[in-house]
Design a protein around this ligand. Structure first.
Ligand code: AMP
Ligand code: MG
Length: 324
């Protein structure tokens, strides 16, 4: 288990330009010193992440906003006070000390303070902000446990095991304009949560958002086909398929049943989603997965975003000849 010695050793790895996988409340991150471009390059290499996909920078002290950004927007502090530490990433104009590799050449940087004591301690002891995407191969299922990290990234020596993630899906990513906030990626914190802090916001629709590279149609995918129930007409024989239930019910005939929730609870579904997908991926009795959809309200929007992207390459779509 984790103790202060293991976090200190991990912080030495960060200080020496190495990589550390660590727990956050959303998913496990693969971290490096955000101010060291050579260390950050190792993240892209290990994850096989395309260089156009910018990294989120994790901080443990609100004062770091001043160092890392050119923003003096008081709304940032209002949001930070309400939602940090927590699963909200705010994209702001970057300062010169943030290397271009972190932001994929963009003039902005995404910043958040994770709500996990191991992560916060690691950042503090390392003495630098830590850039960290999810600790998985690019495009595959995100890790919500240390075992998931070891499965996909066995070459990462330093993995801090903090048990299962308490939120289970990635942070909400927003930016600010003169009208209010714009959601770039759905997550645990919803538009209605944000409206409580910035009530005058008018533009919350992603269609009006500036480009957020890295948001591809296909992502979070298990190594097996996955279908969303009701959205695919010609399912193969289900006797070797796994079923993910949201409301506790399941049809007969499936080889295995796993649960996002047993009682249609969206928070349970967020916590369980990636773990259930990993179990299905690892199960040699299962050839493909069928998931119940969840209602696209509140955090359900973020869950359906992940499920739809996981299923994208197997869904029947009008634009299937388009490059994704
Ligand atoms: P993750 O893969 O969880 O590390 O999330 C990173 C995602 O946050 C990227 O794929 C982008 O969609 C978004 N993001 C990070 N930094 C920026 C930025 N500077 N501008 C716009 N979107 C960003
Ligand atoms: Mg990711």
């Amino acid at each position: 288990m984790i103790n202060s010695k293991s976090i200190r050793e991990a912080s030495d790895v960060i200080k020496n330009g190495g990589l550390v996988a660590f727990p956050t409340e959303t998913v496990y991150g693969l971290g490096a010193n955000a101010l060291d471009p050579i260390a950050v390059a190792k993240i892209f290499a290990v994850k096989e992440r395309p260089s156009f996909d910018p990294l989120i920078v994790h901080i443990a002290d609100i004062a770091d906003i001043k160092r890392l950004t050119k923003s003096e927007d008081p709304r940032v502090y209002a949001l930070a006070q309400k939602f940090w530490p927590g699963p909200l990433t705010i994209v702001l104009p970057k300062s010169d000390i943030v290397p271009d590799i972190v932001t994929s050449g963009l003039p902005t940087v995404g910043i958040r303070m994770p709500n996990n004591n191991i992560a916060l301690e690691l950042i503090k002891l390392s003495g630098c902000p830590i850039s960290a995407p999810s600790a998985n191969k690019f495009g595959r299922i995100s890790p919500t446990r240390a075992e998931h990290v070891k499965k996909q990234l066995p070459e990462v020596d330093c993995v801090l095991d903090g048990g299962p993630a308490s939120v289970g899906i990635e942070s909400t990513v927003i930016t600010l304009d003169s009208m209010g906030f714009i959601i770039l990626r759905e997550g645990f914190i919803t538009a209605s949560d944000l409206l409580k802090v910035l009530p005058a916001s008018l533009s919350t629709e992603a269609e009006h958002a500036p480009a957020s590279p890295g948001l591809l149609k296909s992502h979070y995918s298990p190594l097996k086909p996955i279908y969303i129930e009701g959205r695919s007409n010609n399912l193969p024989d289900i006797s070797r398929a796994g079923y993910l239930s949201f409301n506790g019910q399941f049809p007969n005939g499936f080889k295995k049943v796993d649960f996002l929730s047993k009682s249609s609870d969206l928070k349970d579904a967020a916590v369980n989603l990636f773990g259930a997908l990993h179990r299905m991926e690892d199960d040699s009795d299962i050839d493909f997965i069928v998931s119940q959809p969840v209602p696209e309200e509140g955090i359900g929007r973020a869950i359906m975003d992940r499920l739809t992207k996981a299923a994208y390459q197997y869904s029947e779509k009008p634009d299937k000849h388009k490059k994704i």
